[in-house]
Design a protein around this ligand. Sequence first.
Ligand SMILES: [Fe+2]
Ligand SMILES: [Fe+2]
Length: 228
Amino acid sequence: MPERWSARLRRRYLDILASIYIYNEHRGYSSLDRVLEAVRARCPDDRGFIAEVEKHRADERKHYIMFRRYFEARGEMPYAVDRTCGHIDRLIRLTFGCQIDDLDTAAVVKDGALFNKLCRIIMITEIRGMRMVDVLLASSLIGEDRALVKIFKVVERDEPSHWMPYEAWLRAHDGGRPRLRERIADTWVHLSLVLAKLPLLYLNPRLARRRDWYDSGEAEQAPVLAAA
Ligand SMILES: [Fe+2]
Ligand SMILES: [Fe+2]
């Protein structure tokens, strides 16, 4: 295959991968706003846990910005992917039976079992993210893109601090380990994303680019920490 063609195919793969990531980073920090609301209401005196969730939210926002800068530096917009590419979207759908935006925060605050379940789902999503980034950093395809490697190294460094606080909280409050059903759902979402969704996007010649950024129009840019 001519060099030019292989470079184009590689570029498309990396762009689709980064497009899935930027979607998930945005979904991550915007969903964590609702989690924070639940955590503050459920355990208002647990300043340590609240601070860790706030840091988690700030990190996901930071990751989002890194991917945005990555696209901006190349003068490209991310591909338009939807919530079928969102790990947390699909996991919440499979385990809570609703979309993230329809999650009843008041019910989660009131019901300890639901709150524990939410913590378990965030925890397994973040553990999945940590494993995924290790796989990507070991890939020679990613290794050729220095800007992307730099981003994934930051994600790799941050990821453990994203699930450990939830695990510690669950341990301290008898919240249990992730259930078999939750782990199966996580595996299913992961495999279907990697083995079906990503190749389908890659092969879709009509896949369009977004026209705006996920955060354009958001009132605040990162003041959740300051507002706490
Ligand atoms: Fe992230
Ligand atoms: Fe994370």
